[in-house]
Design a binder for this molecule. Sequence first.
Ligand code: NAI
Ligand code: MG
Length: 499
Amino acid sequence: MAVKTNKASPKKTNTIKLKFDTSWSYAPAPESKSAATINKQYDLFINGEWVKPAGGKYFDTINPANEEQLSEVAEANVADVDKSVKAARTAYEKVWKKMPAKERAKYVFRISRMIQEKARELAIIESLDGGKPIRESRDFDVPTAANHFFYYAGWADKLEYAFPNRVAEPLGVAGQIIPWNFPLLMAAWKIAPAIATGNTVVLKPAETTPLTALKLAEIIQESDLPPGVVNIITGAGATGAAIVNHPDVNKIAFTGSTDVGKIIQRAIAGTNKKATLELGGKAANIIFEDAPLDQAVEGVINGIYFNQGHVCCAGSRLYVQESVAKQVIRKLRDRIESLIVGDPLDKNTDIGAINSKQQLETIHKYIKIGKQEGAELYESSCKLPGKGFFCRPTLFTNVAQSNRIAQDEIFGPVLAILTFRTDDEVIEKANNTPYGLSAGVWTDKGSKIFNMTKRMRAGVIWANTFNKFDPSSPFGGYKESGFGREGGLHGLSAYVNTV
Ligand code: NAI
Ligand code: MG
């Protein structure tokens, strides 16, 4: 076969000069909006039907990447919450708890298959409504949501193996309130184990990202799930509070801010309601000098800039061993310069839009605080789109343990870098936080990994990786990060009484 020579290539030179040029760019590769159908208006999904809100009120959900309205959704008031809890109760007593478990499993399985069939549309809507890059919603959020339904479909008729020598009984009606950072995935985390174990559900998505949960309601309707087993209602904090305070709800599952988590705990104190709360985090990602540094840097980047840092388990505090700190910081600075910030629907985008104006303001507030506290700021020089809510990937060096940027959950693409010398020192520093959701350790030594994971107070600890999820692994926190576990076998026990 003839070998073609490239005429433009330099002739007979011994050295090829490679110039590192940061101005190169990819051609735009946008996913098509036309592959997704979004209604102009959405009502409430109660008892298998779409019903108008009792108060007649609707509110907008916008695309945070261009601030344009996508749709308007119903605002559920106390009467609507009551209606959905009644529907869930009736479905529980009359149909769902009596149904043989293997029949229940078929519905859960069917929902997962339908999520797969509509994966592309769900991914597009997730990115439009919430601002996350399409690569993430397509490759992570939607497939993982489907996997959760598959996983719990498998458990539905095997509860006697999950809880040997015991009988697992459902709790009844579960009120589920979810945040805006993983809208479809959080809905799956909550609904799948609940219905697989025989409970019925009233779920409320966050007010800025209701659309994929409403698409899931369409899927559930198409799946022929008996009416009332899953009810999906929209609204803001007041709607959530009405679910929490409803006397006929048996369990509250909440993911969101620590402040609201505390309100919920107070509200259900003295009642028979069970609860699982998954709240904030300030994860320590720890790099030891013997770690494979390039992989560690990639893991740190994924840990903090994934989903714009809107991740409760984001590795927002980086502890680097002093001997390699300079090297690691240089690599991180180079790497954030190459991250692509922009249109969430573009397949090349690494960092999409911040979920809301309010959240962007919170992030800016913390960047200002970091500077005032004397930390050194480095941010990517990338150009931000003119419209929408965007934030450059940012890192701070010279951070002190007591600085607020090292203590508070920022929930944005902002990394605080600290250094350490010994294992004991870093363990003490890593644990010195009100949170305890997750952590990461990067080292070549297995013994060090075990030492660290034993002594760190965090629900999930990743070793030589970060932000990896699987339906079979439990997830949840210590201290102010909440209590209870979701995922895996542990996630089943949150929805049953064992007798
Ligand atoms: P949030 O906690 O107010 O919202 C989460 C969900 O709770 C939403 O569905 C909301 O409508 C609902 N909610 C609000 N007030 C409620 C109440 N009194 N009773 C029942 N439900 C209620 O979180 P927000 O304000 O959107 O974000 C603020 C901060 O919280 C973020 O900056 C971040 O630090 C943290 N956060 C943590 C999350 C996590 O995954 N752990 C998720 C979202 C936010
Ligand atoms: Mg929105």
